[in-house]
Design a protein around this ligand. Structure first.
Ligand code: ZN
Length: 71
């Protein structure tokens, strides 16, 4: 997959079902994760990420970007 990540994506808020815009966060040279984050009008934080499955799950769960520990 050589898709360039979109800078903005839209999701429905889990709480109020309004549309939430999430923005691509700055990442390091490692491109195994493209993290997105945004906040709904109701204050609910919305996280999304694409890329490595483990890194995506860790980011969505904790908001932390895990870098490679095994170079
Ligand atoms: Zn909301």
């Amino acid at each position: 997959m050589a898709n360039k990540p979109a800078r903005f994506l839209n999701f429905k808020c889990a709480k109020c079902s309004k549309s939430v815009q999430v923005r691509l966060q700055k990442v390091s040279a490692c491109t195994h994760l493209q993290p997105y984050q945004g906040i709904c009008d109701c204050g609910e934080l919305r996280r999304h990420a694409t890329g490595d499955k483990t890194a995506v799950e860790a980011f969505v769960a904790t908001g932390e970007i895990h870098h490679h520990h095994h170079h």
